[in-house]
Write a protein that binds this ligand. Structure first.
Ligand SMILES: Cc1ncc(COP(=O)(O)O)c(C=O)c1O
Length: 458
């Protein structure tokens, strides 16, 4: 198939022929963004171009998990217009950003209105001061340098996971077959979009070419690597979303050894590292040799309440090489410079404030608040005799409902207690029988949710 590109010619919105009926659902993050919408094209009218649809898009199954949950929430609100819904589903932060951080952003924004303070584009890779501050704050003692840190507008967006996935599709040539824990749907969906997955299998919902690793309580949330096939790319998230489990040093050592022995690259997501309370590693680079086999993606979203502000980073170590000895960082830099014009300078000013001594201290208090929530809601489930995992090193609880469908449990909590959670099945086939409960919320909602759960399951 040949694609021809008309540079300098871009599609403009009124050229789009479809006028779909738009059904508004409640949003992924807040009311204002009620645009996790489903577009229903009943009577599609318009002009068919000769542009074929990307076949990989056709492989995607039934939409992204969170829009599906939003739709259920919307239906629930229609059915129970007066119910006070408690949202412990989509893991969005709820507490205000400490003033020291927003003040830095305000100051930066105000300066943009002055001749002296105005700044336009920054470096695509991020401000060097911020890159250095990230290296110092999160990677002190493990040898990550500022130039190996690439600042992005979040871990998931076009610059973090998606970009790394884009890289795995576009710069790691060859037969890539990602390996996944039960984890963030974005890993799988972005791998499908860039063409790394084969066909979906109807019976299991799994994709060909993807090696799924079940990481549950029965194996201490870590796969048996002795029976695991080799893949080019290994996605690994710790502390894990959804299970809330942080991998131990010994487990990560095994993972690094496995990647080294197989010549694989680990894409390590540490978005929740700041929630770790015990001595579990906060970065894959705490494991000797990891810089030769791992890229780390991380975020200010859950560390600093920047889910709306948008800021994240990716570490690509200089030591990481392709099979032909070419440094991966050079291609990563090339892709960043091609696809991204840099994170917002206002957000980066906020990011620097987060990493200052006072900013970091203020954020630790917010994180402790969420961890307090996790203890309360986890305690409620435990008092009902349920098995609850996570919560200590992450803002998520992974609650077991043996023998039950996770969508049924999700529906029951929504219908009978007006509590929104996430069905474990949405994170992969191994998530069946579990629901993920988020600890992000105001304390009074968490206390109220605990009361309702105790009533529902007493
Ligand atoms: C494990 C994990 N990684 C990445 C992200 C996305 O983070 P960001 O908001 O920086 O895009 C999330 C969001 O929930 C997440 O749970």
């Amino acid at each position: 198939m040949q694609y021809s590109l008309l540079l300098s010619c871009i599609c403009i919105p009124h050229a789009v022929p479809l006028q779909p009926k738009r059904i508004w659902t409640s949003s992924k993050f807040n009311n204002e963004k009620r645009s996790a919408d489903r577009l229903i094209c009943n009577n599609i009218r318009g002009h068919c171009t000769r542009v074929p649809r990307n076949v990989n898009m056709e492989k995607l199954q039934s939409g992204y998990l969170f829009p599906e949950i939003c739709m259920r929430e919307f239906e629930h609100s229609q059915k129970h217009p007066h119910a006070k819904l408690i949202r412990l589903g989509i893991g969005d932060t709820t507490e205000p950003i400490p003033d020291i951080i927003t003040s830095a952003m305000v100051e930066h924004a105000r300066a943009l209105s002055t001749v002296e303070g105005y700044k336009g584009y920054g470096a695509e890779q991020g401000n060097m001061a911020l890159r250095m501050a990230i290296a110092l704050r999160f990677y002190r003692g493990v040898g990550v340098k500022g130039n190996e840190v690439f600042v992005s507008d979040g871990a998931q967006n076009a610059s973090g996971i998606e970009r790394v996935s884009g890289c795995t599709g576009s710069i790691f040539s060859g037969n890539s077959s990602p390996f996944f824990q039960e984890s963030l749907p974005a890993y799988i969906d972005s791998s499908i979009i860039v063409g790394q997955a084969g066909k979906p299998q109807d019976e299991t919902g799994k994709y060909e070419n993807i090696v799924y690793m079940k990481c549950g309580p029965e194996n201490n949330f870590f796969p048996d690597l002795s029976t695991t096939s080799r893949t080019d790319i290994i996605f690994f998230c710790s502390p894990n979303n959804p299970t809330g489990y942080a991998a131990s040093r010994q487990q990560l050592q095994q993972l690094v050894e496995f990647a080294k022995a197989n010549g694989s690259i680990i894409i390590y997501d540490s978005a929740y590292a700041s929630y770790i309370s015990d001595d579990s590693p906060r970065s894959i680079y705490e494991i000797p040799g990891a810089k030769e086999v791992a890229i780390e993606v991380s975020s200010f979203s859950k560390f600093a309440g920047f889910t709306g502000v948008r800021l994240g980073w990716t570490v690509v170590p200089e030591e990481l090489l392709y099979m032909n000895r070419y440094p991966v960082i050079k291609d990563y830099n090339r892709i960043v410079c091609t696809c991204f014009n840099g994170a917002s300078s206002v957000a980066q000013a906020g990011g620097l404030a987060c990493l200052s001594r006072e900013g970091f201290r203020a954020l630790s208090a917010v994180i402790d608040y969420y961890k307090g929530n996790a203890e309360i809601i986890g305690g409620a489930f435990a008092s009902l005799g349920m098995k609850v995992y996570g919560g200590k090193n992450a803002p998520y609880l992974w609650v077991h409902f043996p023998g039950m469908s996770s969508w049924d449990v999700f529906g029951e909590m929504l219908d009978k207690a007006h509590i929104l959670t996430v069905p474990g099945r949405g994170f992969g086939p191994g998530g069946e029988e579990f629901v993920r409960v988020s600890a992000f919320g105001h304390r009074e909602s968490i206390l109220e949710a605990s009361r309702r759960l105790k009533n529902l399951y007493k």
